[in-house]
Design a protein around this ligand. Structure first.
Ligand code: UDP
Length: 398
């Protein structure tokens, strides 16, 4: 055998922060479990491989994400077999050769797709190769998932929940292709958090006062400001100035951060921009208010946080709302006043918080990233040999 590293190609598209983050998390787990034995490359399929005219994807996504009716239309468009087929044929005409070239350049031993739109072209190309590298899909949606995630030709498909498993089965995947461990999350969430009081002290929060974490999306969209103001007012009028303290994470929305920092608040509030220590803020909190992003929900469950969802992207995030509310760990409202009432009711009721927190912990999957990686590793014999068997080398002249 030889000992050169196993090359893993992660296929993503930078639509929202989640896909790159998931690929990075998986790559970090590979590195931790098999140090020095893998080499990851994270490739934005549509901009870096396919190119024009599909390189508008990430920008188009940001635009659509801010225009929910258009977003909904685009989502539905992809669900209908005919419209989906037309787009796929066109994209394939453009992307097929480019992906072939990328394969020859990178020569991956393994391909891991972490995006719903990076299945059909790669798999079509792989079908024509004499010894294609294994192809794995890791679905990063939580409560439901778009059909394009699921392709019968994938060697393995990782689904995070029963609901997503059902969709995969309906799309024609077999039980034997599916593995279910949870969503990949960043390394900070693989370990237990430190004791809450200690974390609170370090983050300059008051130990005895409950903490409400209000999070905007990665790019800070959603009515985070109005929600925070409503909560602060309600908590103050109902429970007094030390009824709760707020941490407001504005993400990349610098303007919002400025605006909220300059305000005077009736309760203690810390306003943050984009934080790199979300795990600690969650560990210091008693509940979270957030839009229905899968990453944030998965992280909050691991940290045992009851969840108030304040919004969702139509289509892919709508099922996350159902997932959270039906599993008894949280509730949903878009109305800042209602959110404020819910939060102040919960904060005033430690038993209820405790019970929801326990349920959240049961659903949390801190080991998912390791579990997924160990399972993928079996496909390239990383698991059982100290070196790499020559059997995995791949021929690309297909
Ligand atoms: N996040 C973060 N710092 C911030 C705001 C958000 O690390 O200041 C992280 C958050 O913890 C989560 C991700 O950004 O891991 C957002 O992913 P999610 O799937 O919830 O939503 P997306 O933005 O991808 O739609």
């Amino acid at each position: 055998y030889h000992t050169s590293p196993i090359r893993i190609m992660f296929l993503i598209s930078d639509t929202g922060g989640g896909h790159r983050a998931s690929a990075q998390a998986l790559s970090a787990a590979f590195e931790q479990l098999y140090p020095g034995r893998i080499k990851s490359m994270i490739v934005d399929f549509w901009t870096e491989i396919v190119g024009q005219p599909f390189d508008y994807f990430p920008e188009g996504y940001s635009f659509l994400a801010k225009n929910p009716p258009l977003w909904r239309a685009a989502w539905q468009y992809g669900r209908f077999p005919l419209t989906r087929r037309l787009t796929e044929e066109f994209a394939n005409a453009v992307g097929n050769q480019n992906f072939r070239r990328a394969l020859s350049a990178f020569r991956p031993h393994l391909i891991v797709s972490v995006h719903p739109l990076t299945q059909f072209i790669p798999l079509r190309v792989l079908r024509t190769l004499r010894t294609p590298p294994p192809f794995v899909t890791v679905c990063t949606d939580l409560g439901g998932a778009h059909p394009t995630w699921f392709h019968r030709d994938a060697d393995l498909c990782f689904v995070p929940t029963d609901r997503v498993r059902q969709i995969a089965l309906r799309c024609g995947l077999k039980h034997s292709q599916l593995r279910q461990f949870g969503l990949p999350v960043r390394p900070d969430f693989w370990q237990d958090a430190r004791e809450k009081g200690a974390v609170k002290g370090q983050l300059r929060l008051v130990k005895e006062v409950p903490t409400v974490l209000v999070v905007g999306g990665g790019d800070g969209v959603g009515g985070v400001g109005r929600i925070a103001v409503s909560i602060a007012d309600k908590v103050h009028s109902k429970l007094g100035a030390s009824g709760a303290q707020l941490v407001v994470v504005c993400g990349k929305n610098e303007q919002l951060k400025q605006k909220l920092s300059g305000r005077s608040w009736p309760v203690s509030v810390q306003v943050k921009g984009f934080v790199n220590n979300m795990s600690e803020w969650m560990a210091a909190s008693d509940l979270i208010v957030s839009k229905a992003g899968p990453g944030t929900i998965a992280e909050a469950l691991i940290r045992g946080l009851p969840i108030v969802l304040s919004g969702f992207l139509p289509g892919q995030e709508a099922p996350n709302v159902e997932y959270v509310t039906q599993s008894g760990v949280g509730t949903f409202s878009r109305d800042p006043k209602i959110i404020a009432r819910i939060v102040s009711d919960w904060v005033a009721n430690p038993r209820l918080l405790e019970e929801r927190s326990k349920r959240a912990k049961v659903l949390g999957r801190p080991n998912a990233t390791y579990d997924i990686v160990r399972e993928i590793a079996k496909l390239v014999q990383l698991e059982h040999t100290s070196g790499v068997s020559s059997g995995v080398s791949t021929v690309y002249e297909g």
